[in-house]
Design a protein around this ligand. Sequence first.
Ligand SMILES: [Zn+2]
Length: 131
Amino acid sequence: MKLNKEQELFIEKKLNALSKSKFRSSFHLRNYMIKMIEEKEIETIEKHCMDFIEKNLEKANNPKDGHQTPMKSHPVFIAQHATATCCRGCLEKWYKIPKNRDLTEKEKKFIQALIMSWIEKEYRKKDETCH
Ligand SMILES: [Zn+2]
């Protein structure tokens, strides 16, 4: 998706803050997730990302809040833990999005952009490390 300069800067700032959290920065793409991105292509992952946001985060008062995002199996899930978009509790704490109402379209798009920025950054890092 296309971001304007202001949104880009905001996301950059947030990713920077997240990288300073010991817990958030402990999450990384696993090899099988990198493979998945290569096989499915980034546009598909971006679509999955919105599906997960709508299914797991959009509605307020999810009784499973805090437990709806697995720690494995999909690159978006790992990215959600790394970006503190894993549940409404974390979204409220990190982004001041109140958890007692549904997400707006704008918030959904922001969350998607944030997750995808993290994935793209992590994905690029794969070539910089020794194997
Ligand atoms: Zn959470």
